[in-house]
Design a protein around this ligand. Structure first.
Ligand SMILES: [Cu+2]
Length: 322
């Protein structure tokens, strides 16, 4: 009777496995080509009539997706000095991916942020022939960091964002999330945010850059745009790479003072927005806290009265890009 019992268990196991795969399939769903302003979520096409629409999973929450896996080769980050951060992307065949399709001018965008959404960095590592990406990184404070790799493997019709945690050893003093605000100050620049985050709907965000009180009209292209916006959801650091409306040289996009983006957030909640912009050969990052309310409800009610968000200059790695 041992064999039938084993077979029975095996069959049960198969059923469980199938159920799990089916559940995961429903959750992750088939993906379609990323389109403007929407590449942070997977699209599921038309739901079957009578069934609730499937849940779209934002990017950056998984270390592996669609056969690709992010492998960090560095055990920790340093707060003392710049030290090499190394990683690679393993493909469906298990081998390191060495061929990529550039997105926003780069083969891979690396975003680092501490779990409390402090210490944001957006850098571009160098790819070795062995598929290992490397860049020197120093983190401003100890704590647990999230590493996002945003890339499109050659041969894949869409970009992926994989995420993994990486510690910076030391005493972690978490920073409270800055109050929602319509303005962010970085060095001599004040950036103003217009527009609201609406869950499940593409909405327009306009960011206006001023320096010393004057509108900046000579922004420099950075990553094939006049601004680069990443949104991270407070709570789980879901990652949204937001597309600008238009690009330099298209005959209608001006180099400031306004930079227009289309953004669709996957849920209500609080988000941290990071805008990279380049002016006078320096890339700076302005950061905002914004609240996505229910559709039709006023969102970020405190945004216009909140204090100015404090933001730091972007790491020097940025200076050479564009
Ligand atoms: Cu980048």
């Amino acid at each position: 009777m041992r064999t039938p019992l084993k077979l029975g268990l095996f069959a049960l196991g198969l059923v469980a496995l199938f159920a799990a795969s089916f559940g995961a399939g429903q959750l992750a769903g088939p993906t379609t080509t990323a389109e403007e302003g929407r590449d942070m979520t997977t699209d599921h096409g038309d739901p079957t009539p009578g069934e609730p629409a499937p849940v779209a999973v934002p990017g950056g929450l998984q270390v592996a997706q669609d056969g690709y896996r992010l492998e960090l080769l560095t055990p920790s980050l340093s707060t003392a000095a710049a030290s090499p951060l190394r990683l690679r992307v393993l493909g469906p065949d298990g081998a390191p991916v060495t061929a990529y399709t550039p997105t926003h001018d780069k083969d891979l965008h690396l975003i680092l942020v501490r779990r409390d959404l402090d210490g944001y960095q957006h850098v571009h590592p160098e790819l070795g022939s062995d598929g290992v990406w490397e860049i020197p990184v120093r983190t401003p404070g100890a704590g647990q960091y999230r590493v996002f790799a945003d890339f499109q493997p050659a041969g894949l019709d869409r970009s992926l964002t994989l995420g993994a945690d990486l510690p910076a050893p030391g005493l972690y003093e978490p920073a409270p999330l800055p109050t929602p605000s319509r303005t962010a100050t970085v060095d001599d620049y004040v950036v103003t945010l217009d527009g609201d985050l609406v869950p499940g709907t593409s909405s327009v965000l306009t960011l206006t850059v001023a320096k010393d009180g004057e509108p900046v009209t000579d922004l420099q292209p950075y990553l094939a745009a006049y601004g680069h916006l990443v949104a991270l959801r407070d709570g789980d650091l879901a990652y949204l790479h937001v597309h600008p409306d238009g690009h330099p040289g298209d005959g209608r996009t001006t180099p400031g003072p306004q930079i227009v983006f289309h953004i669709e957030v996957p849920s209500t909640g609080t988000y941290r927005l990071f805008l990279d912009f380049r002016h006078q050969d320096v890339v700076r990052t302005a950061a905002f806290t914004a609240v996505a309310g229910n559709a039709g409800a006023p969102s970020s009610p405190t945004a216009t009265v909140g204090p100015t968000a404090t933001v730091g200059p972007t790491p020097t790695e940025h200076g050479g890009h564009g």
